[in-house]
Design a protein around this ligand. Sequence first.
Ligand code: ADP
Ligand code: MG
Length: 240
Amino acid sequence: GEGSSRILQTRNLRKEFGGLTATDDVDFALEEGELRCLIGPNGAGKSTFLNLLTGQLEPTAGKIYYDGHDVTDLPSYERVDRGISMKFQVPSIYEGLTVAQNLRIPLQQVADGDAFETRTREILERFDLLAERDTVASNLSHGQQQRLEIGMAMALEPTLMLLDEPVAGLSVEETAEIADLLREISDDDGVALIVIEHDIDFVESIADRVTVLDQGSIFREGSVEAVKSDPEVKRIYLGE
Ligand code: ADP
Ligand code: MG
């Protein structure tokens, strides 16, 4: 958006798995509050890139700068403290716990006493889970589970949220709900987002800009319209 500044920058970021280069000297930049979609064929290195940003994976070479600081060597929990929050591809909610108990896990890191109760209620309301407060997570619909996970990520009051395929397997209605929530998180909260997603209609409905990864490298970057109509992108990504 207007007057925004850079929140994330990678320099020559590289990850090798044995002889395979999953992230190939990537220079990636993101502005505060920007919603960026990351697309590309299977095996392009999308998940690896996010896992390097969270600290789940250690880079082979290169640097990650966040909010003006070199965070390349920081452990994951310190990156969370600095505002980097992740919603993983694999569900990370506790299926045997209730919605409120799940929310307690991230919230107890940032709030206590009255603030804790207030924040719990705010998140339940915002993510349309108030009626499910005492529902065991395994009994939630897939869409409710995804909303709970995004709520848990938001509980940590991030400045960057990373989401790996947040609408995979969701219905059209559930997908539209998630799209609205992600746009609000960007527009109203000013949180920057990187969203990995295959569904180009979903990408079109949410993204400020799109980055196309291919074989570990940035292949194209730009508006959804520009990327979508690029014949080379169609060739590598859409298989046309
Ligand atoms: P995407 O998310 O775009 O589908 P990934 O980042 O999961 O791609 O994978 C990129 C490449 O790295 C793939 O060739 C994948 O097989 C390989 N890869 C990913 N994680 C590992 C790992 N832990 N060990 C070895 N190879 C990996
Ligand atoms: Mg992946």
